[in-house]
Design a protein around this ligand. Sequence first.
Ligand SMILES: N[C@@H](CCC(=O)N[C@@H](CS)C(=O)NCC(=O)O)C(=O)O
Length: 101
Amino acid sequence: MSVKEIVEQTIAENKIAIFSKSWCPYCKRTKALFASEFPDEAPVILELDEREDGDAIQDYLEQKTGQRSVPNVFVNKTQVGGNDKTQAAFQNGELGRLVSQ
Ligand SMILES: N[C@@H](CCC(=O)N[C@@H](CS)C(=O)NCC(=O)O)C(=O)O
């Protein structure tokens, strides 16, 4: 499967997809938010630093979304963004609305 197919399939087949790096503090905050606020909606998490194709996935995400940094969060096929945008979307209710779609 190509990197493009891996990313697109991950987004298409999972309600919550988080492209992450295991050591990244922003990613940890995003993962903690979903765990505490949406405990029944286990996200699929791809830890890019733990995969041989992680750099290529990051390249494709940049091409697709204009965002190279992690985390890169998708909910119901909509890109939410990084940790700052995800936390803000939770605060203003948009994240909950997306999760409930
Ligand atoms: N403001 C961003 C900060 C994200 C960020 O700086 N992530 C770092 C890792 S902690 C990153 O992606 N660095 C580039 C890289 O790892 O390739 C957010 O809220 O998500």
